[in-house]
Design a protein around this ligand. Structure first.
Ligand SMILES: NC(=O)c1ccc[n+]([C@@H]2O[C@H](COP(=O)([O-])OP(=O)(O)OC[C@H]3O[C@@H](n4cnc5c(N)ncnc54)[C@H](OP(=O)(O)O)[C@@H]3O)[C@@H](O)[C@H]2O)c1
Length: 227
C-alpha cells in the first residue's frame, strides 16, 4: 500500500493517478478532496483532513490499524507556502508553514513507524518531498527553513534506521506549474515551470526502479522543452 499526502492537487494528485494507473493500492490524504473524488478507482482510499489537526492523524491511524494495512511506501508530499519575503513574518504564517511542511510530516511518519513496529516491523520506504530551497538560503525564509528541517529529519531517520527495514530518501522537484503558486506574485512566469504530470512520471519510474532508495533531484532543464 502506498500513502501519498497533499494528494488533492499538483504533484500529489499526479502521483496518485500514476500509481493507480499501474494498479497499486493508494491511500490519498489531503485537506480537500474535490479532485480526488473525480477519480473512479477501487484501489483508491481517500482520507480527507487537515494534517495539522490531531483528529486527522487519529482518523488515519484508525483506518490503517482497523484494516491491518501494511504501508510499503509513504510519500510525504504535503507542502504549503505563502509570500513572505520580508523578515517581519506574521506568527500565523510561521506556524502554518512549519506545522504543515515539517511538524505534520514528523507526526504522521512517527505514527506510521509506530504502527509498523507493532505489526511485525515489515519493510517500509519513506520519501520526503523537498525543494531546492532546502540547500541554500532563500528569501522565502520560513518555507525554506521548513524544507531544511525536513531534509534534517530525513538525515536523522537515516541515522536511526540502519538495518535496511526502514529506508528513507528525498526527492527534490524543480519548480512545477501547480496550485502551489496560486496567490503568489503575479510577475512569476509559471509557464516555464515543469508540468507536474511529467515530474510525477519521472518520480514513479524512479520509485519503481532498483535505485528507488537513492535521492532524486529533478532539474528544470529536463522539462523546459516538453509541454
Ligand atoms: N510547485 C513547485 O514549484 C514546487 C517546487 C519544489 C517543491 N515543491 C514541493 O512539492 C510538494 C507538492 O507541491 P505542489 O506544487 O504539488 O503543491 P500544491 O499544488 O499546492 O498541492 C499541495 C497539496 O497539499 C495539500 N495540503 C496543503 N496543506 C495541507 C494540510 N495542512 N493538510 C492536508 N493537506 C494539505 C493541498 O490540499 P488542498 O488541495 O485541499 O488545498 C494540496 O492538495 C510540496 O511539498 C512542495 O513544497 C513544489
Amino acid at each position: 500500500m502506498i500513502v501519498i499526502t497533499g494528494a488533492n492537487n499538483g504533484l500529489g494528485l499526479e502521483l496518485v493517478k500514476i500509481f493507480l494507473k499501474h494498479n497499486f493500492y493508494v491511500i490519498a490524504i489531503s485537506k480537500n478532496n474535490y479532485n480526488l473524488k473525480k477519480i473512479n478507482n477501487s484501489n483508491l482510499k481517500i482520507i480527507t483532513g487537515n494534517l495539522n489537526k490531531n483528529n486527522t492523524l487519529k482518523k488515519i491511524k484508525k483506518y490503517i490499524t482497523k484494516n491491518n494495512i501494511h504501508i510499503d511506501l509513504l510519500i510525504n508530499n504535503v507542502g504549503f507556502s505563502c509570500i513572505e519575503k520580508n523578515p517581519y513574518f506574521a506568527f500565523t504564517q510561521i506556524n502554518k508553514i512549519i506545522n504543515t511542511n515539517l511538524i505534520s510530516v514528523m507526526k504522521l511518519t512517527n505514527m506510521i513507524l509506530t504502527i509498523r513496529k507493532a505489526n511485525n516491523s515489515k519493510k517500509i520506504h519513506i520519501v520526503n518531498i523537498l525543494s531546492s530551497v532546502a540547500f541554500k538560503g532563500n528569501q522565502n525564509a520560513i518555507y525554506s527553513v521548513s524544507k531544511w528541517g525536513l531534509r534534517g529529519y530525513t538525515e536523522c531517520l537515516k541515522a536511526i534506521y540502519t538495518n535496511n527495514t526502514v529506508m528513507i530518501s528525498n526527492i527534490v522537484p524543480c519548480s512545477m506549474n501547480t496550485s502551489y503558486w496560486a496567490n503568489k506574485p503575479k510577475n512569476i512566469d509559471k509557464s516555464k515551470f515543469a508540468n507536474p504530470t511529467l515530474v510525477a512520471n519521472d518520480i514513479f519510474i524512479h520509485l519503481t526502479s532498483e535505485k528507488k532508495y537513492e535521492d532524486l533531484i529533478l532539474k528544470k532543464e529536463r522539462y523546459s522543452n516538453i509541454v
